[in-house]
Design a protein around this ligand. Structure first.
Ligand code: C5P
Length: 234
C-alpha cells in the first residue's frame, strides 16, 4: 500500500447502518484491514446501545457516534460527557439547538473528541425550511448555522458535498468537514439525489467521507471498498 492509498483510506468512514450488533461486527471484521473509522447512527445505537460502540472500539477502529443531539443545554452537555466516557472519536449535535446548547456541548467535550454540527439535514428542501418557519434560502441557513457553531466552539460540520467549497472559503482549515450522500461512479444512487463521487468530494476539500449502502449493501463489501480506493487513487 502506498502513502496516497493510506491517506485516502483514512478519510473514508463506513456507516454501519444495520439493525444488529452481529451484522455490524461482521462488516467491521470484513473491512477492518482497510477501514479504520466506522459510523454508528441512530438505528444501530437505539438497537444495541453503548455495547456496540465498545465492541467496535475494541477492534482498534475509531467510532463516529452520529446521534445528532438536540435538547436543553444541560442535557446535551451531560450526553457529551457520556460520549467522552465511551471513548468515541467524533460526535454530532444539531446546530439549530442554538448557541447556548452548542456552547454547553463544546464545554463538555474532552479526550480530543471531535464535535461536529449538523446545519440543515441533507434530506431537507426549501419547502422543509418554510414548514419550520425559516424564510431564508437553504445555503444562507447552512452558512448561518455553521457560523453559529464555529463561534460557539464546534470543531467542524457535517455537510452535503455541494457545500464543501463554500464552507472552506469561509472557514479555511479551521473546521473539519464530513460529508455524506456520496456515491462511487459505479454505484446505484438509491434515494440520494444530489450526490458526488468520493473523488469529487475529496477534490472539493472534505476531510471525511461517510459512505453507507454502496459498501454495506454490496454483495462483497470489501470489494466495494477496494473499488472506491482504486477510484480515489487512479
Ligand atoms: O446513503 P448512504 O447509505 O451512503 O448513507 C450513509 C449515511 O449518510 C447514513 O448514515 C445517513 O445518515 C447519511 N446520509 C445523509 N444524507 C443523505 C443520505 C444519507 O446524511 N442524503
Amino acid at each position: 500500500m502506498d502513502a496516497g492509498m493510506t491517506n485516502a483510506a483514512d478519510k473514508i468512514i463506513v456507516a454501519l447502518d444495520v439493525a444488529t450488533k452481529e451484522k455490524a461486527l461482521e462488516l467491521v471484521k470484513e473491512l477492518r484491514d482497510r477501514i479504520s473509522f466506522f459510523k454508528i447512527g441512530l438505528q444501530l445505537y437505539t438497537a444495541e446501545g453503548p455495547e456496540i460502540v465498545r465492541a467496535v472500539l475494541a477492534t482498534g477502529a475509531k467510532v463516529w457516534l452520529d446521534i445528532k443531539l438536540y435538547d436543553i443545554p444541560n442535557t446535551v452537555g451531560r450526553a457529551v460527557e457520556s460520549a467522552n466516557n465511551l471513548g468515541v472519536h467524533m460526535l454530532t449535535i444539531h446546530l439549530s439547538g442554538g448557541s447556548e446548547m452548542i456552547a454547553a456541548a463544546s464545554a463538555a467535550r474532552a479526550n480530543s473528541m471531535l464535535l461536529l454540527g449538523v446545519t440543515v439535514l441533507t434530506s431537507a428542501t426549501e419547502q422543509t425550511l418554510r414548514e419550520i418557519g425559516v424564510s431564508g434560502k437553504m445555503d444562507e441557513q447552512v452558512m448561518r448555522l455553521a457560523r453559529l457553531g464555529v463561534e460557539a466552539g464546534i470543531d467542524g460540520v457535517v455537510a452535503s458535498p455541494h457545500e464543501i467549497k463554500k464552507l472552506r472559503a469561509e472557514f479555511g482549515d479551521k473546521i473539519k468537514i464530513a460529508v455524506q450522500g456520496i456515491r462511487p461512479s459505479w454505484a446505484e444512487p438509491g434515494d440520494q439525489k444530489r450526490f458526488m463521487t468520493p473523488r469529487e468530494a475529496l477534490e472539493a476539500g472534505t476531510d471525511y467521507i461517510g459512505i453507507g449502502r454502496p459498501i454495506t449493501a454490496h454483495p462483497r463489501p470489501s470489494e466495494a471498498v477496494e473499488k472506491i480506493l482504486d477510484e480515489l487513487n487512479s
